[in-house]
Design a protein around this ligand. Sequence first.
Ligand code: 5RP
Length: 230
Amino acid sequence: MSQDTLKRLVSQAAADYILTRIPEGAVIGIGTGSTVNYLIDALASHKVFNARYHGAVSSSNATTARLKMHGIKVLDLNDIETLPVYIDGADEINHHGHMIKGGGGALTREKIIAQVAEIFICIADASKRVNTLGHFALPVEIIPLARAALSRKFLALGGRPVLRTTANGAPYLTDNGNQIIDVHGLQITDPVTLEAKINSWPGVVTVGLFAKRPANLCLLASATGIEMIE
Ligand code: 5RP
């Protein structure tokens, strides 16, 4: 089965989970990425979504555009008092529910919404499951002025910092107008401590380690079916 097929399967399972477990009138937090795109399509295909839920909060401009394309109401997080669930993909996840995220560049808004949500559900194909985080380069959203200083700090950590660029070689800019450094070659044995450490460096907006607030539930798709890990 292709990775794409697995992403579609896990997204359908996640849509069923939401529609059967999340009470009417709720707002649903929606992440970013190709897996989440399938989720949005799956939710929209259940015609009851708009009648059942108040709407969605979105973690990126791309997700907002897709939700709106399907006629799903997008709300501002500032107007929401409670968010029962946030659902998103991951670049890597370990057995504690710690994740590397930000491959799609939306890590800052993802972390803000995840922090507000009562339950964080991670949806992924099983290739994202690892014992030790770090094979996938760690994305860090930064203020451009701090790029060289932070790169030296990542080198001192034993990593190889690479500024994310677009196809034409220009620095990639996040929805917040910041840059991203992808740090290659880290073996992240203590994600909670490393997240706090990198977050404390001036110029770091958000580190793509989601360990202090891990996933509460993970749906992982493989050729043998959907595994639910709590
Ligand atoms: C975006 C993310 C995504 O969740 C992560 O990159 C996984 O993406 P995909 O579902 O396309 O594999 O963190 O910032």
